[in-house]
Design a protein around this ligand. Sequence first.
Ligand SMILES: NC(=O)c1ccc[n+]([C@@H]2O[C@H](COP(=O)([O-])OP(=O)(O)OC[C@H]3O[C@@H](n4cnc5c(N)ncnc54)[C@H](OP(=O)(O)O)[C@@H]3O)[C@@H](O)[C@H]2O)c1
Length: 321
Amino acid sequence: MGRALLRLLISKESELRRKYDVRWRLTGIATRRIGWIAEPEGLNPIAALSSHFPQLANPPRNVREWLERSKADVLFEASSLDTHSGQPAIDHLVAALEAGAHAISANKGPLVHDYQRLAGLAKARGKQFLFESTVMDGAPIFSLFPLGLPATELRGFAGVLNSTTNVVLTEMEKGRSLDEAVKRAQAAGIAETDPTHDLDGWDATVKVTAIVNVLMGVPLRIEQVQRTGIRELSEEKIRSVRAAGMRYKLICRAERRGDGVECRVGPELLLMSDPMAGLEGTSSAIRFDLDVMSISLVEHNPGIEATGYGLLADFLRAAKC
Ligand SMILES: NC(=O)c1ccc[n+]([C@@H]2O[C@H](COP(=O)([O-])OP(=O)(O)OC[C@H]3O[C@@H](n4cnc5c(N)ncnc54)[C@H](OP(=O)(O)O)[C@@H]3O)[C@@H](O)[C@H]2O)c1
């Protein structure tokens, strides 16, 4: 994610300057292995893309020292997701906001575990907490609301939000076993080494929880989502329904019920006439059911650039606020 963002920042540098009067400098990088690197005068982004980092004599020891030394105006949080705690991303984002930087997250964990606190902290500090790339990459899911759809109530939504299962189910329809389909998704760089998170519906559940917390204003925990993965679907069943003009998809649903929201993630059998049945490859889609209408967004076969774009779009929103 970090590299995809950096490539986009480099390729769009003059466009950002010309059209938006926004200039950027890379003043810090941190990962588990390389530690905390800060250089307020600016690091070489091309060298960083090829993993050439300066050796600091006295490197920062933690996120707060790193933010202070780098004099960051914006922090991009793209560490690995911890589904059950949202850490260390939450600590990174809190530290950024407290240091007076905008906080932009690709990590869904903070939306699931600490959205209210982070949003409140951002407001109190007059900074932005943005997270467009967490669901459907660069598609404007969160930024649709409220600006693009003022005075509407979101009553529910349905979508295909996990690309690994979409790819795996498509491969199984073609005759591959679950293991073979997962291996193909891994070889294409779509599935993780440990695909459990996707196959058992956790990724989709985390996304549903994030959307409900942010857009429906109802605090929801991941355990409250009724979750079924795709492992129980047999290869024969997947192929026979396909031959009969139907398809299984891992569907995410949320529906307002009184003061709460009822949510579920699980495989559903769709007729080919259903727009979600036609989603191929890494494509994803969401239908928002509003009080005044329903609208859908479809993202066609996104690659890593699309996720990088979600971060770039947030960066511009923060820089121009
Ligand atoms: N890839 C996508 O298409 C996509 C789409 C939307 C959202 N996201 C989210 O974006 C985030 C990054 O995804 P990715 O695909 O770029 O993952 P990735 O390739 O696994 O990279 C994760 C990065 O986080 C670093 N990291 C992990 N734990 C850390 C810690 N405790 N402190 C500091 N750094 C830590 C890792 O450092 P080391 O390498 O040094 O261990 C690595 O650089 C995840 O939260 C993911 O869910 C990804």
